[in-house]
Design a protein around this ligand. Structure first.
Ligand code: ATP
Ligand code: MG
Length: 286
């Protein structure tokens, strides 16, 4: 037993305590001790549980990350070692092919590291947003333009009209959100239509990004926004870390917005709600 305190009963000058009174005092003291001990135990359990959860998260994290960093690194090392072999004189064609792989895998490695850094900064609340009034329509047209230049096998359909409304957001981060979602469509719904819709209400913008691909099974819908979650770890030839939608969700949440996915049998729809810029924020622009 660790001494955590003392209860003192004092009666100045009066008659001494009777046995009953002393017993009562003892009972009170025991009660208080029990309450305090209980509180300490509960605190200890909460602390232990948090530590355990953290340990588990860290183990998962290390396992997933090292796997994902290792595979592009393995390619780079393999092709570089082959190219450096003394006993082979490589023709220009395979040489160029190997260098292209090395180049692509290095890019992949670097975007993976960016995503990991983003996700850990987001988790610790260290990713700063540069918020300003933005015209969403311009941003959405821009992302479609960019996707086209990346030769995604997608057929874009814009279903919104220009408006004077603005949202309060960080254009670079929101671009990242749309890019992650459209890259997913290109990966998991190749050849599909991508319909981009936008509706305004009094206080928010509702963005809809819909593909007509295979969709996502219902039981996975809630989880796809979790860190490292993938519907199937060995989901065909498509590579990924399961960070894309997690990063989207964190960015949208730090805008005070909402994001969720819908998939009814066929196709996947991502809904994003973002708050509109308030009059005072619009004034800031001038
Ligand atoms: P990363 O984006 O980090 O490269 P990822 O694409 O696997 O990896 P998320 O973008 O978070 O990770 O997506 C999580 C999972 O949700 C994907 O692995 C995929 O199984 C599923 N998914 C996401 N978008 C679609 C889509 N448009 N159609 C079908 N499945 C999808
Ligand atoms: Mg993704």
């Amino acid at each position: 037993h660790v001494l955590i305190g003392a209860i003192v009963f004092i009666r100045f000058g009066g008659p001494s305590f009777t046995k009953d009174q002393a017993d009562l005092a003892k009972l009170v003291a025991e009660h208080v001790t029990q309450l305090l001990e209980r509180k300490q135990l509960v605190e200890q359990i909460v602390r232990l549980e948090a530590e355990q959860r953290f340990d588990r998260l860290q183990e998962d994290f290390v396992a997933t990350v090292s796997h994902d960093l290792r595979s592009p690194l393995g390619f780079i090392k393999g092709y570089a070692t082959s190219l450096l072999r003394d006993d082979i004189e490589w023709d220009p064609n395979p040489r160029r092919e190997f260098l292209t792989y090395i180049d692509e895998e290095a890019d992949r490695l670097s975007s993976l590291i960016d995503a990991l850094l983003d996700s850990s900064r987001l988790q610790s609340g260290n990713l700063k947003m540069a918020l300003q009034p933005i015209r969403l329509e311009a941003l959405l047209v821009d992302i479609v333009q960019r996707s086209k230049s990346r030769n995604f096998n997608l057929n874009f359909k814009l279903e919104f009209k220009a408006s004077a409304h603005k949202i309060w957001g960080d254009p670079v981060r929101l671009m990242q959100v749309f890019e992650n979602i459209i890259t997913n469509a290109a990966k998991y719904a190749s050849g599909s239509d991508v319909i981009i819709g936008l509706k305004w209400t009094d206080d928010s913008a509702h963005i809809i990004l819909k593909d007509t691909g295979p969709g996502i099974p219902k039981e996975h819908l809630e989880n796809i926004f979790k860190r490292f979650y993938r519907v199937s770890q060995d989901s065909g030839p498509e590579r990924g870390t399961g960070l894309g939608l997690y990063i989207c969700q964190e960015i949208i949440h730090s805008h005070g917005g909402e994001i969720y996915a819908e998939s009814e049998g066929k196709g996947t729809t991502i809904h994003i709600m973002l708050p509109r810029a308030q009059p005072a924020q619009l004034d800031l622009e001038e």
